[in-house]
Design a protein around this ligand. Structure first.
Ligand code: COA
Length: 320
């Protein structure tokens, strides 16, 4: 019992920003950013909203899947940067694409958001609550980035990835996921402060704070473990896996995971060089690029994994 991926799509803002562009306003260099992260470029919104990108990505996914919006009965958007605090980005997307028959809601699991959405959708499938889901990872991280902090502003980009997923009673799908809220301060952004007639608060809106080394250590320890656990549940070994689609936070994290799993880097497609870290949007955009360029093909044993703020993590093993 599980799912089958029917179609994927992606959208990014028009404004491409190179490392050299960033070096014009913070003390950094293309050499530092490329060597420490693998990132060379990212797309930063100059007006595109999260829902503009989510709609474009979703329409491409529906087109690939040859399905209409009214056939979708579940929409989940993984995001930490919705256009509105409420209603959800998923409800806005539902209205924008005309998915009149869908249940729609957002989840915030940061960079694991798309994988958590996939696991939730799988639960809906298992309990008969839905047969076709539109899952989206979408972020406008640039609006919460501190553009004076060279330790974080070089890492993040904006974008949206979407996926049409159908219930498939014959599919074998396994997950391994978890959270560690005690490490929440490793990567966070505060919401608007309490401010009312009884408590005056003049502080301005917050931005992203990160303990990069803490997050790095967490990722290289937890991601291989989660992948191994999900593979064990599926009865497959790393040698059986054709492609590993990992959250694109940092090249060195992916190299460490590949080493731990004893698999060559060719099995780990990379897109951070072009897109940077787009949080929940990374994995679905990676999936879309690899399906469209022919790297991911039908019948392939596939692993997807996300990790990030929370801290949160999730790995999935399935056949594409
Ligand atoms: N350009 C130039 N120098 C920079 C810089 C930048 N953009 N950012 C930091 N530095 C400097 C630091 O100030 C420090 O200088 P110092 O030694 O004079 O104090 C030096 O580079 C080393 O900084 P450090 O933070 O130790 O670097 P690092 O090797 O840990 O790399 C990250 C920093 C952020 C790239 C790395 O920690 C990382 O990728 N962590 C994971 C983050 C992540 O994946 N987050 C998202 C999770 S979803």
């Amino acid at each position: 019992m599980g799912f089958r991926i029917m179609g994927t799509g992606r959208a990014v803002p028009a404004n491409a920003v190179s490392n050299d562009d960033i070096a014009k306003f913070v003390d950094t260099s293309d050499e530092w950013i490329s060597q420490r992260t693998g990132i060379k470029n990212r797309y930063i919104s100059t007006g595109e909203t999260l829902n503009d990108l989510a709609k474009e990505a979703s329409e491409k996914a529906m087109e690939m899947a040859h399905v209409t919006a009214d056939s979708i009965d579940l929409i989940i958007v993984g995001t930490l940067s919705p256009d509105r605090i409420y209603p959800s980005a998923a409800c806005e997307l539902q209205a924008n694409i005309g998915a009149v028959n869908a249940i729609a809601f957002d989840i915030n699991a940061a960079c694991s958001g798309f994988l958590f959405a996939l696991q939730i959708a799988n639960g809906y499938f298992a309990t008969g609550g839905a047969k076709r889901a539109l899952l989206v990872g979408a972020e406008i991280l640039s609006k919460m980035t501190d553009w004076t902090d060279r330790g974080t502003c070089v890492l993040f980009g904006d974008g949206a990835g979407a996926c049409i997923v159908d219930y498939d009673k014959d599919a074998v799908v396994t997950f391994s996921s978890g959270s560690d809220g005690t490490k929440g301060d490793a990567l966070y952004c505060n919401n608007r402060p309490i401010n009312n007639p009884f408590l005056k608060n003049e502080s301005s809106l917050d931005h992203t704070h990160m303990d990069g080394q803490e997050v790095f250590k967490f990722a290289v320890k937890t991601v291989p473990r989660a992948i191994e656990d999900a593979m064990e549940k599926a009865g497959v070994t790393a040698q059986d896996v054709d492609v590993f689609l990992l959250h694109q936070a940092n090249l060195r994290i992916i190299e460490a995971v590949a080493k731990r799993l004893k698999r060559p880097m060719e099995k780990f497609p990379l897109i951070m060089s072009e897109f940077g870290n787009m949080s929940a949007a990374c994995v679905p955009i990676l999936l879309d690029t690899q399906i469209r360029n022919g790297t991911v093909q039908r019948g392939m044993q596939t692993v997807m994994a996300g990790f990030g703020a929370g801290l949160t993590w999730c790995a999935a093993v399935f056949v594409y």
